[in-house]
Design a protein around this ligand. Structure first.
Ligand code: ADP
Ligand code: MG
Length: 728
């Protein structure tokens, strides 16, 4: 074993499970570091408290005097929790969270100091934000951005810092972060859904979108991870021959959690509890050293913040345990990648889950309304949904044979398929009383019984109905959930508005009763959006062909997929619903396209470096050993040496062949990069990286992985798959 690998592996033996202190019941520490309603009530005047509640519930503005009260209370509380600094915490389009810490401390006259935190500092800050991605929104030097308090997501103390969740916008008003469009989309779906709910229940005043994410990740010993330049710089392995044992025995999924990983998880869960992140389940995933963590679902904005925060916390806690968390969607070839299922639903202030069948025909008609409208929204915006989950890293997963395909389709289960088929045959126009009774009793009325056995979940579907929610499974493990959640809630809002208009028109013009009108429009929607429904194996080739026939898109790469973000239809929809204006849509497209290009560029450089500077020299060294051996044989055996040295001679030639393969392909890749870099148009440049640079990765890797099998293990410098995946 090479000294590098030896030391990396040796170090793992020092990495024993860290003892975790557990003094509390989880319920006692839950939310202890969160400035939630209960805490706020203790620290601010009741007037200020009501004002913030009004802002949370109804989006009312908070005036300056109130902000001063709140900030003072928040500061006192934060200091009692050990905080010395505060920060506006936000989610710029880099994918990471951002924070800039300021101390409460302020000097006063006479050489003394006080702790200070005013309303102004709570409400608004101006980070020096010129180096966050903005896609041309703030291209002039005087244009600045600011962060503004989002009272709907409570402040929290992490470490010694009070963190205040904020939006990040340009002075010209354009959003520069993930949260702003999400909040607007949630507002849009709220008002559109409330309007539709009124058909069924006049008491509905508020509809909240809910999100329950499931975070998958790999946990790798930090020493081993650090010995791999590809993992350190790109978050994944760019080469490495698969381990003799991988996941073929299916012995990791739901298996016993290894001790070290368990200690990490318990520590992580304690941190989550303190931060009010309601993590509930943990288990091993399919691949070795792969795990999953999921909370109880929450209001979507809060759930998105929690997921972003969680990813930070996971990194930090991992340091204590000498682990490196890999969030990348495909860190290892040949074993499963990671995703982040987004479970989504809509719930009313009256306590009804709109995607859960009810007890009466009327509530089931409401369920069907939201169910069918969601299907239609997905049908009409399938390319946009695909775009919402597009990234260089997720491209490896979508369409690979263990993950949802790049084709978006909806799985609903046998029973609901039957229900929709029956609804499709509803009479055009007014229904006879008999028909209505039939429908209500036999179709709509039977849904709840039916759903109990809707357990046969199709794991290959990218968007599946699972009894009381939809599960968007194609989201990447590394992604910020805000992006897919913004799109999903926007398209559903858009669809509900259209639905309401159509139903109202039928009631007005054709003098139909409300129920008749609803049935008629739903029937029409089923007909129109049927092609998006698919119950079969989403991983099969047959589906790819079938989907093509149905006219569904199959955008396999990010540059292809992203285009849907700037289609006329998308831009107009986002604008109409007030979620993003054209500038915001276009700038995001640019940012993501550029990010894609840069990621491939970095990977390409790293791969070129490893192949040329690690793999080739090692192969040459081993080849020299073989040459010495052959020379020795010749010296001893003279002309008859050949029979004895044949295998060595073959190896020498094989190694030369692979060295040649690597060198010529790396040269080709460098040339392709140069050509791509000279392209001024961003879209063309990203496409060149995708179609000219990236395909060479596989070819270079092929030769490197072959060499890994040939070269003496003692010389091989890179930590191998079996070491990365099976060290516990
Ligand atoms: P799995 O998909 O692994 O089988 P479950 O389906 O039981 O797991 O639940 C997955 C996630 O769905 C959990 O985070 C749970 O909180 C969430 N969930 C349950 N109900 C809802 C809902 N109404 N809205 C959003 N998420 C929900
Ligand atoms: Mg799931």
């Amino acid at each position: 074993m090479s000294t590098l690998r030896f030391h990396a592996l040796k170090e793992t033996y020092n990495h024993k499970p860290v003892p975790v202190e557990e003094k509390h019941r989880r319920s006692e520490i839950f939310g202890a570091n969160v400035f939630n309603e209960e805490t706020m009530r203790q620290y601010v005047t009741s007037e200020a408290f009501e004002s913030v509640r009004d802002a949370i519930k109804n989006g009312a503005k908070i005036d300056r005097a109130v902000a001063d009260h709140v900030s003072t209370g928040m500061k006192e509380w934060a200091i009692s929790k050990g905080a010395t600094h505060y920060t506006h915490w936000f989610q710029p389009l880099t994918g990471a969270t951002a924070e800039k810490h300021d101390a409460f401390f302020e000097p006063t006259d006479g050489g003394r100091a006080i702790e200070k935190f005013g309303g102004g500092q709570l409400v608004q800050q101006e980070p020096d934000a010129s180096s966050f991605p903005n896609g041309g929104i703030r291209n002039t030097f005087e244009a600045r951005g600011y962060t503004a308090w989002d009272p709907t997501s409570p402040a929290f103390v992490f470490g010694t810092t009070l963190c205040i969740p904020t939006v990040f916008v340009a002075y010209t008003g354009e959003a520069l972060d993930y949260k702003t469009p999400l909040l607007r989309a949630l507002q849009a779906v709220d008002s559109a859904a409330v309007a539709v709910c009124k058909y069924f229940d006049k008491n509905v005043r508020k509809v909240n979108a809910s999100l329950g994410w499931e975070q998958e990740y790999f946990l790798i010993d930090s020493g081993l991870a650090m010995s791999r330049p590809d993992i350190m710089l790109t978050g994944r392995t760019l080469l490495g021959h698969s381990s003799a044992k991988g996941q073929q025995l299916d012995d990791h999924y739901f298996g016993t959690i290894p001790n070290r990983a368990m200690a990490y998880m318990r520590d992580l869960e304690t941190e989550c509890m303190l931060l009010g992140i309601p993590v509930k389940t943990r288990h091993n995933e399919v691949a070795p050293n792969q795990f999953e963590l999921a909370p109880i679902y929450d209001e979507a904005n809060l759930a998105v913040d929690h997921n972003s925060l969680l990813m930070d916390v996971m990194d930090k806690v991992a340091e204590r345990h000498h682990f490196k968390v890999l969030f990348h969607e495909k860190p290892f070839a040949g074993v499963n990648g990671s995703g982040k299922h987004n479970n989504w639903s809509l719930g009313t202030n009256t306590g009804v889950n709109l995607l859960s069948p009810g007890k009466t025909p009327m509530s089931n008609l409401q369920f069907l309304t939201f169910f069918i409208n969601t299907i239609k929204a997905v049908h009409e915006n399938e390319e946009l949904l695909r775009a919402a989950i597009a990234s260089a890293s997720n491209d490896h997963r979508l369409g690979a044979n263990e993950a949802p395909p790049a084709i978006i389709s909806v799985f609903i289960g046998d029973q609901l398929t039957k229900t929709l088929n029956e609804l499709e045959n509803v009479t055009d126009g007014k229904l006879s009383p008999q028909e209505k009774t039939d429908l209500k009793l036999n179709v709509v009325g039977k849904i709840p019984d039916v759903l109990l056995d809707n357990t046969d979940r199709n794991r290959t579907s990218p968007f599946a109905f699972t009894g009381n929610k939809f599960e968007f499974r194609a989201v990447g493990s590394k992604a910020n959930c805000a992006n897919p959640m913004t799109v999903l809630n926007t398209i559903v809002a858009n669809q509900l508005i259209e639905f309401k208009a159509e139903v109202d028109a039928l009631i007005d013009k054709k003098e139909m009763k409300k129920d008749d009108a609803i049935f008629n429009v739903l029937r029409d929607y089923i007909k129109k959006s049927k092609t998006i429904l698919f119950e079969g194996n989403g991983y099969s080739e047959a589906w790819e062909k079938e989907a093509k026939k149905r006219g569904l898109s199959n955008n396999k790469t990010t540059p292809e997929a992203l285009k849907a973000k700037v289609s006329k239809q998308t831009i107009a929809m986002f604008e109409r619903l007030g979620v993003m204006n054209a500038i915001e849509s276009e700038s995001r497209y640019e940012i993501e396209m550029e990010e894609y290009m840069l990621r491939i560029q970095i990977e390409s450089r790293v791969l070129g470096d490893i192949a040329r500077n690690h793999v080739v020299p090692t192969a040459v060294r081993y080849q020299n050993i073989l040459i010495e051996n052959v020379k020795g044989l010749k010296e001893i055996y003279g002309t008859s040496f050949k029979t004895l040295a044949q295998e060595q001679l073959n190896l020498i030639e094989d190694i030369s062949g692979h060295i040649k393969g690597i060198n010529s392909k790396v040269t080709e890749m460098i040339e392709a990069r140069k050509t791509s870099n000279n392209i001024a148009n961003l879209e063309k440049k990203a496409n060149a990286y995708c179609n000219k640079v990236k395909p060479l990765f596989e070819e270079i890797r092929y030769h490197c992985d072959k060499l890994e099998l040939l070269v003496d293990d003692e010389l091989w410098p890179l930590t191998k798959y079996r070491e990365l995946l099976f060290t516990k």
